[in-house]
Design a protein around this ligand. Structure first.
Ligand SMILES: [Zn+2]
Ligand SMILES: [Zn+2]
Ligand SMILES: [Zn+2]
Length: 137
């Protein structure tokens, strides 16, 4: 195999891996941590290591295909599909760790107030809820 073939092969591998990562995220009902994603890929018999998972997530984030979440109470980074989804927030169960999407943002009015008061242009915000899911109540 000459160098060109090698580059082509690794490029193809990257793409296939990236596609596998995306499809796992797409099928997930909740945002996944890199370790959970890695476990899912293993289950689907995708040959990959954790470092490659991290690297792919960084690339996908740069490409704007996935969103990175940092849930503070959990102290762990999670990722979810960005495509076809609007800005939203999450609630996490304190007992089992289940995370559910909240398909709305209650902060639009507040953002306008903040901008008016501070003359900042608000770029982003974070808001997270936690509690007990129906199963853990
Ligand atoms: Zn729960
Ligand atoms: Zn979400
Ligand atoms: Zn929001």
């Amino acid at each position: 195999m000459d160098v060109n073939d090698e580059i082509r092969a690794s490029g193809k591998r990257m793409t296939r891996t990236r596609r596998a990562v995306l499809s796992v995220l797409e099928q997930s009902q909740y945002p996944l941590s890199p370790t959970e994603l890695y476990a899912q890929l293993k289950k689907h018999k995708v040959a990959i290591d954790l470092v490659t998972v991290y690297r792919n997530l960084v690339t996908l984030k740069e490409l704007g295909l996935v969103t990175q979440l940092e849930l503070h109470q959990e102290g762990q980074v999670r990722y979810e599909m960005r495509e076809g989804r609007q800005h939203h927030h999450h609630i996490r169960c304190k007992s089992c760790g289940r995370i559910v999407d909240l398909l709305l943002c209650p902060l639009k009015k507040l953002t306008a107030v903040i901008e008016k008061e501070t003359r900042f242009v608000v770029g982003d915000h974070s808001l997270e809820f936690s509690g007990w899911c129906p199963r853990c109540q």
